[in-house]
Design a protein. Structure first.
Length: 294
């Protein structure tokens, strides 16, 4: 029997708008304009003969008909996506990987050439995020993020390494301050990162440092803070894995060393058989094991 369904693009547009709550968010996810989303939704409403949204255009609300349609449609699209992914789960194809932007630049990208060399048919498509991502809804195959230290391994969560933190600075600044113990940092400019404002206080408490943590320049991302430290603008608390290459090259020094924090880096993956994802996860864990410790 011939299927009598509205156009798939109209169904996708409605599902994304209903799930995300805004036409603009749906447009961003589907890589179209908000106007295109609105036209697709209107086309679906005309095909069904009922309104699906009501209220303000910037944040429309589902009607009773829309609220009835959305869950079943969303589940059906998820099922379609799963079926397509299973067909594409061989060694050839693309993996969508999400992680923090500074981690991507300072740790992952410098190592990716090794994976590319041994898996030339797998493309790693990287996206930067500052928040935890829902694998089912975020459309990522793998998310590298942080979790509380000791979070148990599972089929979906792969521990990578424990975070280690320490103050780093340009060699000239360290020599000028004659830094030998935590209290020697008291007279130096301290750099801060907005995404982790408690870093200095936590480090001082862990080391029993009694000097007051004064205010100083605050940067949006760790990458900016690290570059400021390399430029001699001050001292920053940094994770070992983000600065070890700069330390080896002599761009930064860490006269007080590094100490383990309460966090660990983990990889959250889709569960189920997936050849190229399995290969990438195995490679990622091997890179974590081989990473030198301070």
């Amino acid at each position: 029997m011939k299927r009598r369904l509205p156009p798939l693009n109209a169904l996708r547009a409605f599902e994304a708008a209903a799930r995300l709550g805004r036409m603009t968010a749906a447009a961003e996810e589907l890589s179209v304009t908000p106007g295109a989303i609105s036209r697709q939704v209107r086309q679906l409403e005309q095909a069904l003969g009922v309104p699906l949204f009501e209220g303000a255009k910037n944040k429309p609300q589902l009607t009773a008909a829309g609220a009835s349609l959305w869950p079943a449609l969303s589940a059906a699209l998820d099922q379609m996506e799963t079926a397509v992914r299973e067909v594409r789960s061989g060694e050839s194809g693309t993996l969508d990987v999400s992680c923090f932007s500074t981690f991507t630049v300072k740790w992952l990208i410098p190592r990716l050439y090794e994976f590319n060399a041994s898996h030339p048919d797998t493309e790693i498509r990287l996206s930067a995020t500052g928040d935890a991502v829902d694998l089912d809804r975020g459309r990522y195959d793998l998310v590298i993020t942080v979790a509380e230290r000791g979070s148990p391994a599972s089929a979906a969560l792969l521990p990578l390494f424990v975070e280690r933190l320490g103050p780093v600075m340009a060699p000239a600044l360290a020599a000028r301050g004659d830094v030998r113990q935590p209290q020697d940092l008291a007279g130096l400019p301290l750099l801060h990162t907005k995404t982790r404002p408690e870093a200095w206080q936590a480090w001082c408490e862990s080391r029993g440092a009694g000097f007051p943590v004064q205010g100083g320049p605050a940067f949006e991302h760790y990458y900016f803070t690290l570059e400021a430290a390399v430029g001699g603008l001050g001292v920053c608390i940094a994770p070992w894995h983000l600065v070890m290459d700069d330390l080896r090259a002599g761009r930064l020094v860490a006269p007080l060393g590094f100490a383990e924090s309460d966090y660990q880096y983990v990889a959250m993956r889709r569960v189920g058989p997936h050849a190229r994802l399995d290969s990438f996860c195995g490679w990622l864990q091997e890179q974590a094991r081989e990473m030198p410790v301070p």
